[in-house]
Design a protein around this ligand. Sequence first.
Ligand SMILES: [Zn+2]
Length: 230
Amino acid sequence: MPTDEPGPPHGTDGVRVECPRCPTPVAEVGDGHWSCPDHGIVVPLWRPMSSSYEQFAAHLQRVGPFPTFLPWPLGPGWSVSDFAAVVSDGDATRATMACVAGTSQLDGPVDVMVISEEPGTGFGARVAGLTTPDEAELLDPGHEVGDGPPPVRVRVDQYPVGLWPVSVSTSPGEWDRSVLAGEAGGRWLWLVLRPASAILLLRDDWILRDISATGPQLVALPFGGPAPAW
Ligand SMILES: [Zn+2]
């Protein structure tokens, strides 16, 4: 509903704003620009405090036609536990992330995070906890992606997409996860699975569905559960 009151756009209640490349809070510096102490002017990351249908609807409105991918269908007991977007008001979206959480017999609690991003955004690398051996930041997956036939394939909507493992062994702050990356629709597609052994859940018939086109079925999606740290 339109109002005359000035205020933040797109329903930003319960959403925090961060740098897409690091956890540092950003400051609004006018004209809808946000500045990170380390990275200067950045396209901001919008991250809801908790996962809910209302927040997800606001997320989809925020990102417009940019895809937000979820493994589909969700298994029994699984829920959408987290999501985020990198976008400036009025500009094209740079990246989205959505996470589903559940349990598997072998792994116990599992998080599956799916990131779609434009090259050079650096958000997927942040979520994956990646840095280079000299601790420089990575903006994109490394040379491993596209090297040889993909060991894993998933389907993004109807299309097979190859994914390659991304090495996490050189990254500090070791936490237990597997990272895969590939390319879908001209954008990087990242999968971050925790614990690392959850990679064994991946099969060729895994479907990642763009939820932005789902519509009323969204109401039936379970939201909530423990959000992953990243
Ligand atoms: Zn930053």
